[in-house]
Design a protein around this ligand. Sequence first.
Ligand code: PRP
Length: 218
Amino acid sequence: MTNNNYTDEGYLTIALAKGRLAEISMDLFIKIGLDCAEMKEKTRKLIFTDEKNKIKFILVKATDVPTYVEYGAADIGIVGKDTLLEDGKNLYEMIDLHFGKCKMAVAGPKDMKDKLDSINNLRVATKYPNIALDYFQRQKGRTIEIIKLNGSVELAPLVGLSDVIVDIVESGMTLKENGLDVLEDICELSARFVTNKVSMKLHPERVMDIVKKLKEIV
Ligand code: PRP
């Protein structure tokens, strides 16, 4: 793992997953006294500085947050547990931030509920092949065929591309409006605070100060 330039300059770098998680993360950071004003403005910038607290915020695609933290390009990352489970990188998960709550589930047409355990070579469409394989093969001892998709996964069983899906369920509206049901729950998900070994060695006080303050408010 390499160390990053910002850390060398005395900055701590925090990678936020672009989108809704970043919005909520900013509100949390504001509450613990960090300056996110520049990031709150509508801009296409990807890097923001809180000069007073010597913090750099970077906005990255959710699935890339573990990579930035693993390589030390970011000291801290705020990212969904789904991304961490799928990615499988060796990061330190410090806090469950208790927002972005949802669950990973197997879903499909209602009549699949009784057939799920008997279909040979079940076809599973998902954005999360590792989570799906871990659940069906390792936990349930089933042989499945993974069909990797990048979005609108609920479509797959509707057009015969797959038997079921493994996906995130938040409000349940996407499933409901497409006539699908949750068949089995896999796990609960929420946003997590992660860091890496090098950052914990180089800046333990600074990282733990943020951890402590966040723990007090979540
Ligand atoms: C996610 C997820 C489901 C939906 C669940 O998709 O993959 O499709 O949200 O939310 P709900 O239970 O509140 O309806 P996302 O919005 O990220 O879009 P995508 O399908 O293009 O990945």
